[in-house]
Write a protein that binds this ligand. Structure first.
Ligand SMILES: *Cc1c(COP(=O)(O)O)cnc(C)c1O
Length: 381
């Protein structure tokens, strides 16, 4: 068969069809099983999914919830975060990280990030702690764990619980241990673009603390125990049986999908080396002792917006995570004393972009991405 011309190769940022096709029969059988059971809310599918994920994530408790956002909300509620409390969060993350804090009437306190890992640091957290700090939300951004040993040294000394926003980092490790088990409570998302995606919204709260687990279980179902008796004001943060059934089919493949993403990351590195791109494009790092799961492969470049347009013309999808840090969001304007206090986040917002990294990418697609970047660099220099 003749090879298609290079220009015919397209590289979407994410292609869910490629993952779905080989699992289609198993997934449709799982959906049929739920339909035949006519049991849609919590129940046996959700419990089986929770047991499976608790074992895979190496935690005592895994509680299925309606989204990653609601995982954060329930976790913060379980920790007693509310009006008058300050919660330290990175300024550079998906909105839910800080939005869930603000929705509870608490004050998110933003801190800047490490320019190499993009993650929140122990030093920045230490500087932001006040007598009103009730929790710290760390985000394992793009799939790379934060330096949890250093962060725990700071937060344990201050007696402050850490919430792990692990929405982008399922299966990531630091020091051999998985995220979601390293703080008081972990929060995962099954949004379809995450490494483990459902057929819609879903999330998970993890913890090794029996009392916190009990509290989250109550809160996800209106604080109800027993039926129609409410000792707490919770919400409807329940995971659907349909999503749980889909996750049970997909979870056994997560390790292989993550390995494929890691292989693709290595392939990009090799291509960037071969094409002499390393002076022009800063690729993501995986520090010693960490396992990056590459939910996103975020690079730094000069002329970011021009390069994105150039790549779009060549059929290559990219995205900016994130163009507007929290300290520049209109809804948080009143919280920010000095908007020049976050230079690394501002720099990242102006210079970074995500390249396609999903597991089913082909070598030819990756070659097309990197040779296109090389063509852009050559035209500019
Ligand atoms: C995706 C994401 C969330 C929210 O998850 P949803 O399931 O979309 O509600 C929270 N935090 C981070 C860092 C995320 O990437």
């Amino acid at each position: 068969m003749a090879r298609p011309p290079a220009a015919a190769i397209t590289v979407p940022l994410l292609d869910l069809h490629a993952q779905y096709a080989p699992l289609r029969d198993d997934l449709l059988a799982a959906l049929t099983r739920v339909a035949d059971s006519q049991q849609y809310i919590l129940g046996a599918e959700v419990e089986a999914c929770e047991r499976d994920l608790a074992a895979r994530l190496d935690v005592a408790h895994a509680i299925g919830v309606s989204s990653g956002t609601d995982a954060l909300l329930a976790a913060l509620m379980a920790l007693g975060v509310g009006p008058g409390a300050e919660v330290i969060t990175p300024t550079y993350s998906f909105f839910a990280t800080a939005g869930s804090v603000a929705r509870l009437g608490a004050t998110p306190v933003f801190v800047d990030m490490d320019p190499v890992t993009f993650n929140i640091t122990a030093e920045a957290i230490a500087r932001a702690i006040t007598p009103r700090t009730r929790a710290v939300v760390v985000v394992h951004l793009f799939g790379l764990a934060v330096d949890m040993p250093a962060i725990r040294a700071v937060t344990d000394r201050a007696g402050i619980p850490v919430v792990e926003d692990a929405a982008q980092a399922i299966g990531a490790r630091v020091g051999g241990r998985q995220v979601g088990s390293l703080g008081a409570v972990g929060c995962f998302s099954f949004f379809p673009s995450k490494n483990l995606g459902a057929f819609g919204d879903g999330g998970l709260v993890t913890t090794n603390d029996d009392a916190l687990a009990h509290e989250v279980r109550l809160l996800r179902n209106h604080g109800m125990e027993p039926r129609y008796h409410h000792a707490r004001i919770g919400g409807n943060f329940r995971l659907d049986a349909i999503q749980a059934a889909v996750l049970r089919v997909k979870a056994p493949h997560l390790q292989a999908w993550t390995d494929a993403r890691r292989r693709n990351a290595d392939r990009y590195r090799a291509l960037a080396d071969d094409l002499d791109l390393t002076p022009h494009v800063v690729l993501p790092v995986e520090p010693e002792g960490y396992r990056h799961i590459y939910n996103q492969f975020v690079v730094r470049v000069a002329d970011r917006d021009a390069l994105r347009a150039f790549l779009a013309d060549r059929g290559i999808g990219t995205e900016i995570y994130y163009p507007v840090p929290f300290h520049r969001q209109a809804c948080f304007r009143d919280l920010v004393i000095d908007d020049a206090a976050y230079p690394e986040a501002d720099r990242a917002a102006a210079t970074t972009m995500a390249l396609p990294i999903y597991g089913e990418l082909t070598a030819a697609q990756q070659q097309h991405v990197m040779t296109s970047i090389a063509a852009f660099v050559a035209a500019r220099s």
